[in-house]
Structures are given as structure tokens and as C-alpha cells.
Design a protein around this ligand. Structure first.
Ligand SMILES: C[S@@+](CC[C@H](N)C(=O)[O-])C[C@H]1O[C@@H](n2cnc3c(N)ncnc32)[C@H](O)[C@@H]1O
Length: 284
């Protein structure tokens, strides 16, 4: 067993290294979480003419879908802190002839000329604020009175087997301390009591939650166990931890990851591991 990072997996630098990693595996990430975005889009039911802010829009796939739903009389604005992801989103919008627009800024402090918005949407883009209450208060200031927000956030890792199984394998080879509850990161809002505290602290009310349970393909639809292994090692935080280890540890972890993914492989579907998310609604 080798010593891993002393605190926990490091915070995510989305404007830099993490943004580059998300971009490099954009199709795989989006392929994995597409069903969750579709479930959230179905729940929100955007109408022509609505003005929608897509928080932490990444490569802009959901912003493009929102732009189509709200039509030419509405507005879909993607906001993201990562310049390389905004550049990709803009290129996609241009290629698709979409009305979606994109701004690169930190949502915690940004003020947008396009405000106020009728609605706010976010697929896994709301859990990374170091100080979430002032960040959500800043977002609220860009929304109309009574505006509705819709967020997809990950539930607890124990219900996210794609994460638990990977961590279980990596922990056989490297010591990784337990995650710090509520710390900024993918699982910051696993505890809904905390999310309700954050939203109420920022001035939102009427929080409602629908659980989402699914079995997404690790590394995207149809990825083989080998492709899923390469995806995890290249793109997930544990892959970065393994990069810092010697070749023996890295090779052993890789072999075990591959064996684990083979057990969850369904030909023509991919490496299927259960996930759980919360689809959260609140109002200003
Ligand atoms: C897990 S990715 C999700 C991307 C996109 N919503 C999707 O579903 O494809 C999280 C996104 O949140 C963005 N993000 C993180 N912190 C942010 C901040 N303070 N302001 C704006 N965007 C942020 C990241 O750059 C990244 O694109």
C-alpha cells in the first residue's frame, strides 16, 4: 500500500487542469451523464420565450438543448469558469446554428448583462463553489422574482457504484483518506439537508427533490472495459493520484480496474454501474 494525498483528493481546478481533463474526455463524460440531463430537461419543461441561465454549462450540450426548447424569442446562456470549455461550447453552437450564447466567468461573482433570467438550470455544475451561500445569492440576484431553479447533483457515493467500485479498487493500492463531507466537489450536496441550508441561506425557498436512479455507461455508451479503464485513469481524480505512484502500483491498479469493469460489461451497452442523483427544484 502506498501513501496517497495527505488531505483528500485535491480540490478541482476547473479553469485549468480539471477543465482540460473534462474537455479531453468530453464525449465520454457527456455520454455517461446524458440520461440524467435528459431527465432534468424533461422535468423542467422549458417553454418558448423563456430566458434560461445554464450554470456550469461545460461543453454546452445542455445549453444547446435549452436554446432549442426556448426558441428564437427566448434566451439560453451558458455560464462557465473554464475558458477551454466555453470555447468548445461556442464552436458547437456555431456549427449547429444555435442561438445559445456563452460567457466565461466565475458564477460566484459574475454579473451578466443578459440578466434577469426566468429560470436557472444546472447539470452537475453547482457543487464546486468554495463558499456556496454567497455564490447562490449572486445567482439569485440574476433571476426574476419567483424564478425557478433546477439542479442535478450527485447523491451519496455509496449509491454511486461507478465511483465506489473505482475507489474500492484504487484504495487496494494507494491510501486515500475519506472525503470531507460538504467540501466543494461532485458530492458536496449528497446531503440534502446541507443543500437546503445553502439554498435557504442564499434566499431560495420551496425546495423539492426527485431522486434519479440509473445505470450509466462508464466512459460513454458502448465503451469496452479497456476504454472505460483508460477513461478513468485519464479523467478522474483517482487517475491523477495513480499517476504520482510508481509503475508497479499503477500497473497493478490498472489490471484490477480492468478486471472489475469486465465484470460489469454488457456487450452493446457498455460498462454499466449504478448511479443516483437528486433532481432539485427551488424558487427565488
Ligand atoms: C461536472 S462539469 C458539468 C458540465 C456540464 N454542466 C455538463 O453537464 O456537461 C462541472 C462544470 O462546472 C463548471 N464550474 C465549476 N465551478 C464553477 C464556477 N465557480 N463558475 C462557473 N462554472 C463553474 C466547470 O468548469 C464545469 O464545466
Amino acid at each position: 500500500m502506498t501513501q496517497g494525498p495527505t488531505e483528500t483528493l485535491k480540490g478541482e481546478d476547473w479553469a485549468g487542469e480539471m477543465g482540460e481533463r473534462w474537455l479531453a474526455s468530453l464525449d465520454q463524460f457527456e455520454g455517461m451523464i446524458a440520461p440524467i440531463g435528459n431527465a432534468l430537461l424533461e422535468r423542467v419543461g422549458y417553454q418558448p420565450g423563456e430566458r434560461v441561465l445554464d450554470l456550469g454549462c461545460g461543453g454546452g450540450a445542455t445549453t444547446l438543448a435549452i436554446a432549442e426548447a426556448v426558441g428564437p424569442d427566448g434566451a439560453a446562456l451558458g455560464l462557465d469558469i473554464a475558458p477551454m470549455l466555453i470555447a468548445r461550447a461556442q464552436a458547437r453552437a456555431a456549427a449547429a446554428g444555435s442561438n445559445a450564447r456563452f460567457v466565461c466567468a466565475d458564477a460566484a461573482t459574475a454579473t451578466l448583462d443578459e440578466a434577469p433570467f426566468d429560470r436557472l438550470f444546472s447539470r452537475f455544475g453547482s457543487m464546486f463553489f468554495p463558499e456556496p451561500v454567497p455564490a447562490f445569492a449572486n445567482l439569485k440576484a440574476m433571476l426574476k422574482p419567483g424564478a425557478r431553479i433546477d439542479l442535478a447533483v450527485w447523491a451519496h457515493p455509496r449509491d454511486n457504484h461507478w465511483m465506489m467500485e473505482v475507489m474500492g479498487v484504487v484504495r487496494r493500492h494507494v491510501e486515500i483518506p475519506p472525503a470531507i463531507p460538504r467540501a466543494p466537489g461532485p458530492f458536496a450536496f449528497e446531503d440534502l439537508t446541507y443543500l437546503e441550508e445553502v439554498l435557504a441561506g442564499a434566499g431560495f425557498c420551496d425546495m423539492e427533490v426527485a431522486p434519479y436512479a440509473g445505470v450509466p455507461p462508464v466512459g460513454g455508451p458502448g465503451a469496452t472495459p479497456l476504454e472505460a479503464t483508460d477513461f478513468v485513469l485519464a479523467s478522474m481524480a483517482v487517475g491523477q493520484v495513480l499517476k504520482q505512484q510508481g509503475p508497479q502500483v499503477r500497473d497493478a491498479a490498472r489490471t484490477d480496474l480492468l478486471a472489475m469493469f469486465k465484470r460489469h460489461y454488457r456487450p452493446e451497452e457498455g460498462v454499466m454501474l449504478a448511479c443516483k442523483a437528486w433532481l432539485v427544484t427551488a424558487r427565488t
